[in-house]
Write a protein that binds this ligand. Sequence first.
Ligand code: IPE
Ligand code: IPE
Ligand code: MG
Length: 245
Amino acid sequence: MKKTIQNNLSLLPKHVAIIMDGNGRWAKKNKLKVALGHRTGVISLREIIRESNNLGIKSLSIYAFSTENWKRSTIEVSALMDLLSEFFTKDIDELNDENVKVLIIGDVEGMPEPQRTILKNSMALTQNNTGMILNVALNYGGRSELIRAAKLIAENYKNGEISLDDVDEDYLANMLYTKGQLDVDLLIRTSGEMRLSNFLLYQCAYAEFVFPKVLWPDFTVEEYHKALLEYMSRDRRFGGRNTDE
Ligand code: IPE
Ligand code: IPE
Ligand code: MG
């Protein structure tokens, strides 16, 4: 029987991470301003969030703005910040109704106003929700996240709260923004680029990578299903051997 998502729901990834890439190229291809590429990308994002929730994905992590993205022009950065406020203002009630818990991963304190307040309010509103966790990476860098974790651990050690033997993989994982969540099972990066660009370095240790060629604004639920099916066909060994080998 042909493998479909519906008859193999148990094989779905529990944690999906997405690097939403290609908005700029999409705008260029369509002779539009880059801001319109980002705006169209938000339409894809809404659909993918909804579908992930429908499928019962436990955690969806999306890369929305990296610590390196500040290097872009003031016009592009402010267009992105405006879109961010618009998204969280318009969509937060629906996300809340869907029982989605929004977690901003990254340096929220380093975000400008009014975005900082809007983001904090979105987290506060949804903090007790028990459905899908939506990790939105903003002002996020994987290395900064690890440095932050190292400092937290050093602090706990210095205060005598832990001994060196307490620091193991789980302990470090619990010092990350994604504390309490499972590792990334599937990482999708659109637009054909094949790199992590500093995203979820620790959490992706054993992730399966899928790189659809389509640009993010063209990424549909159908494309998402293709990536999920590709994941479901992979043989994950985690360094061991599966029994039939
Ligand atoms: C990804 O699209 C969105 C963000 C980085 C916010 P890009 O803007 O990087 O699109 P390309 O890579 O220039 O096509
Ligand atoms: C990664 O994409 C960041 C986001 C999607 C938010 P970039 O387009 O910024 O990454 P590079 O520069 O191609 O590595
Ligand atoms: Mg890019």
